[in-house]
Design a protein around this ligand. Structure first.
Ligand code: FNR
Length: 387
């Protein structure tokens, strides 16, 4: 599509099309949103080194993430409520990822269930779990993911307790959403979105309702979510959860070199350097700023991925140049999905692929495997301005 040349174009359409409640849910961070903003603005502090006259033919963005071939090292991050951004949104996003040749990671808090996504796709996807208290429910989730053919388990470790997002509280976005007269009035202006939603049966948390103890209908969900998360989570528990899955495990939400070392000790296969897209600890440093020290600590021991703040192929290139083997995008694909469904996710991925490919060429590299510190100029103090 000629009118889509950057992720921002999809975001504009997304904002028009989706109810404010769900737009705000994606487009926000916790408290002052400082970390949310800096996740992206810190990428801008890193500059690229222009190189010329280095044969740029035959470039390739192809790589591997956890041994899996990927057309570019950019996975779709687990995003809750994706099926409210666009009807059957998880299925649409998973299909786009499959067509594009990148991993799709389904969230526990998805609208479409694991089984439903598996039924409507052909390739294995990744599954994300939160660390919950209920062992039976967790074990059943693991078993369901295994039975659905999921390859990789992503354990999100940065949401033991939940950061506060002002907009969600004000909009009544809870599980299930509390509809205020204002949000109903806003929804009524989003006609194409509303018609799509009326046309699907998938409107509740498909992995939870009917599966978790006491959650037989959507109205019982909010008391479950308040209770379910394991505030007592520690490294022994993470080691135990890891032992329940016999495939690759990613620990997502590591932002500290000491925690990265622990992740290696408990047997994770990869970590995602992430602050949950600025939705948890506001005031934490951006993922990209923390990446170099985490690479120094564990870069030779474990595969390192990065998310939070990526909005372009240049951002992906910078993360790879600083050592990440792969990246994940959250909002960048949600904008595409909300704007134009499956096609919009394809467009988001294509925008990023093209930017990555061209920028690689302008930096004088032909393969993502060759990207490294030689391609970037990092400002002094980028890692250590804060004591
Ligand atoms: C998330 N994220 C998230 N992570 C997770 O492990 N499970 C989840 O259910 C969710 N849900 C969720 C909803 C929304 C609306 C957003 C924006 C994010 C975090 C997500 O996986 C990822 O870490 C961030 O989105 C990365 O930051 P960017 O790419 O959105 O800036």
């Amino acid at each position: 599509m000629a009118d889509i040349t950057e992720i921002e174009d999809l975001k504009r359409i997304y904002k028009r099309r989706v109810p404010k409640m769900f737009y705000d849910y994606a487009e926000s961070g916790s408290w002052t949103e400082q970390t949310f903003r800096e996740n992206s603005s810190d990428f801008d502090l890193i500059r690229l080194r222009q190189r010329i006259a280095r044969d740029m033919t035959g470039r390739s963005t192809a790589s591997e993430m956890l041994g899996q071939h990927v057309s570019m090292p950019v996975a779709l991050a687990p995003v809750g409520l994706t099926g409210m951004q666009s009807a059957d949104g998880e299925i649409k996003a998973a299909r786009a990822a499959e067509r594009f040749g990148v991993p799709f990671c389904l969230s526990t808090m998805s609208i479409c269930s694991i089984e439903d996504v598996a039924e409507h796709t052909n390739k294995p996807f990744w599954f994300q779990v939160y660390t919950l208290k209920d062992d039976d429910f967790m074990k059943r989730l693991f078993a369901r993911a295994k039975a659905a053919g999921c390859t990789t388990l992503v354990i999100t470790v940065d949401l033991q307790i939940m950061g506060q997002r002002h907009k969600d509280i004000k909009n009544g976005l809870s599980a299930p959403p509390k509809l205020t007269p204002k949000s109903i009035a806003n929804m009524m202006t989003k006609v194409p979105w509303g018609l799509e939603m009326l046309g699907t049966k998938r409107r509740f948390f498909g992995n939870i309702v009917g599966h978790a103890k006491g959650v037989t209908d959507p109205s019982s969900l909010s008391s479950w979510t308040a209770e379910a998360f394991d505030h007592a989570l520690d490294w022994d528990r993470i080691r135990e959860l890891r032992s329940w899955w016999d495939g690759p495990v990613v620990l997502k939400g590591i932002l500290d070199a000491d925690d990265a070392r622990k992740a290696v000790e408990v047997g994770a296969d990869a970590i995602t350097v992430s602050n949950h897209g600025g939705r948890q600890l506001d005031g934490a440093l951006s993922s990209i700023r923390m990446l170099p020290q985490i690479m120094d600590a564990v870069g030779d021991k474990i595969e390192v991925h990065l998310d939070s703040g990526i909005r372009s192929g240049q951002d992906v290139l910078k993360a790879l140049a600083l050592g990440a083997k792969g990246t994940m995008i959250g909002r960048a694909f949600v904008y595409g999905l909300g704007a134009r469904g499956e096609q919009g996710v394809m467009e988001a991925l294509e925008v990023i692929r093209k930017e990555l490919d061209t920028t690689m060429g302008l930096c004088g590299e032909r393969s993502v495997h060759d990207l490294g510190r030689q391609n970037v100029l990092v400002p002094k103090g980028f890692q250590g301005e804060w004591e």
